[in-house]
Design a protein around this ligand. Structure first.
Ligand code: FE2
Length: 224
């Protein structure tokens, strides 16, 4: 039996922030490598959760048939709030984006889990989308890759959609979209223990490859 407490989420105070300006997107993408102090423990922790769908199954969902897509939420109590990655990243994101008055820090230690039951179809990409809040404002996406199996492998793809592309349907009903609808601008490697920060208004999607038939993709997610 394993035992965990809140300190597994301590962040690495020595980690370094870097960024790259992407001309085509007119946005900077921020990276923090080696962001957690105990990433292997966090991976082990999230791996112990069952995969439960976080979306309501409407119609003919493929979730549970072609893939398993779920989200796990931590119930570990907040021990030292100031040491929490969420708290510190929230401050950083407010500073980066000049939003000092944002007050939307939630206790949302959550991880996305994704596992393929069937091979990815050819020439398709997984559900490119944008993320907005309830007031239709772009959120800031904070994603941390937590698979020790991945060094320079699939992470997140950033796209520009073709002007005539219209998103229809639902992620779990028709998740695979013809790649000709998008120009891939950046493929962010899912390097173990790397955090990436970017505006949710950028069209993006997880980069799926058949390696996710071998192990569950685990990424920690935060929306600010
Ligand atoms: Fe997203």
């Amino acid at each position: 039996m394993k035992f965990y407490n809140d300190s597994i989420f301590d962040f690495n105070k020595e980690c370094l922030l870097s960024s790259v300006y992407v001309e085509e997107l007119k946005e900077k993408i921020y990276f923090i490598d080696d962001v957690f102090l105990h990433p292997h423990q966090i991976y082990e922790y999230w791996s112990s959760f069952p995969i439960k769908s976080h979306k309501v199954c409407i119609g003919e969902t493929l979730n549970g048939k072609d893939f398993m897509d779920g989200r796990a939420k931590s119930e570990l109590p907040l021990d030292n709030y100031n040491n929490l990655l969420e708290f510190n990243i929230h401050k950083l994101v407010k500073r980066i984006y000049g939003k000092e008055n944002w007050d939307n820090l939630r206790d949302t230690r959550a991880a996305n889990q994704f596992y393929l039951l069937k091979n990815c179809p050819e020439n398709k990409v997984w559900w490119p989308h944008s993320d907005f809040d309830n007031e239709n404002k772009s959120v800031i996406n904070v994603i941390t890759y937590l698979n020790p199996q991945i060094k320079n492998g699939p992470g997140t793809s950033l796209y520009i959609s073709n002007p005539n592309y219209k998103q229809i349907g639902f992620e779990h009903i028709n998740p695979w979209i013809d790649e000709t609808n998008f120009k891939q601008i950046l493929s962010i490697f899912g390097y173990f223990n790397r955090m990436v920060i970017f505006p949710g208004s950028i069209t993006h999607g997880m980069t799926v490859s058949n390696i996710f038939k071998n192990f569950v993709r685990i990424v920690q997610v935060q929306f600010i």
